[in-house]
Design a protein around this ligand. Structure first.
Ligand code: MLT
Length: 325
């Protein structure tokens, strides 16, 4: 028997249970790893729910002839061919607001961890050490935070950083100096080169697009202060990792925190051996609160569309919406 809803990555929670009680749901968290199996599984479904690992390609969408909605449980849409969905009359909905606070909080945590060398100090004490001089850090107060991408997460990170006494520089080609994002954060909107040159922390909050892929290359790292730290909690492909490693080896920057990688999970590389680098497994959005909001929002939107209502967090205008013949 086919299901109305296919879920190809792990989600859980009360909202999912409610969805399961109202329609047929197949939850197969490993399905994203088997594209052929996934293609067969979606042939008769009306809704597909994914996180960031399922590649929702034009080919997959065309195989799902009854599909009405693709629900992305998360913000980034780089794994979903939105144009193909639109052309096929399929709604794409995401959860752009639901995990932003968690990501912004981790960005602040990463800055503090880099500035105070927390992972290294923790490992030092566990290894029997007590060398306080080795762990003289820096304050965030009075430092400049350069935010590349002043969207929801960039704004939330900026407002938290301002509360800690940081100055905000921002670069975003999509917003104007009189936008709410700028006025609310009191950010100085600058060119990327100026941001890199003048920031003590550079935090990337960009979506992955052809324009942003490998934006952070050796030349851009070399433009930063040698005392500055780089943070990426957005998408790994925005960074050229080989160039980042070279910039760290050449001491062109002081350190980095990466929650996302070019390939996930990444192979072991030089970054794993550097004690001025903090690595986490794409967990910025992984808090109980954020995941609860994400799952609630995406299940609600799937339910909306399957009941003939509009999705609240739609990102495209599919016309005409494809219906079962
Ligand atoms: C997002 O895009 O929402 C986050 O990176 C988390 C995720 O991809 O699931």
């Amino acid at each position: 028997m086919s299901s109305d809803v296919i879920i190809s990555e792990n989600i859980s929670g009360k909202a999912l249970e409610e969805l399961q009680s109202s329609c047929g749901v197949t939850l197969d968290p490993g399905l994203w790893k088997a594209p052929d199996k996934l293609k067969k599984a979606v042939a008769n479904c009306r809704a597909l729910i994914v996180r960031n690992q399922t590649r929702v390609t034009a080919e997959l969408i065309s195989a799902a002839t009854r599909l009405e909605i693709i629900g992305r449980a998360g913000a980034g849409l780089d794994n979903v061919d939105v144009a193909a969905a639109t052309a096929a009359g399929v709604v794409v909905a995401s959860t752009p607001d639901q995990n932003s606070i968690s990501v912004a909080e981790l960005a602040i945590g990463m800055m503090l961890s880099l500035a105070r060398k927390l992972p290294e100090a923790d490992a030092h004490v566990r290894g029997g050490g007590w060398d306080r001089q080795r762990f003289v850090g820096t304050e965030l107060y009075g430092k400049s935070l350069g935010i590349v991408g002043l969207g929801r997460i960039g704004v939330l990170t900026a407002s938290r950083a301002r509360a800690m006494g940081m100055n905000i520089l921002a670069h975003d080609t999509c917003i104007s100096p009189d936008s709410v994002a700028v006025t609310e954060t009191h950010a100085e909107l600058v060119e990327l080169e100026d941001l890199l040159k003048n920031s003590d922390f550079v935090s990337c909050h960009l979506p992955l697009t052809p324009q942003t892929a490998r934006l952070f290359n050796y030349q851009r790292f070399a433009a930063m202060k040698p005392t500055a730290f780089f943070l990426n909690l957005a998408r790994g492909e925005v960074v050229d990792e080989k160039d980042l490693i070279r910039a760290l080896e050449d001491k062109r920057i002081a350190g980095a925190a990466l929650d996302v990688r070019q390939t996930e999970p990444p192979a072991s590389d030089a970054l794993c051996t550097m004690n001025n680098v903090i690595l986490t497994p794409h967990i910025a959005a992984f808090t109980r609160e954020a995941q609860d909001r994400v799952v609630t929002a995406i299940c609600r939107d799937v339910q909306n569309v399957l009941s003939g209502r509009n999705a609240k967090n739609f990102v495209n205008f599919p016309r005409p919406r494809r219906r079962e013949s």
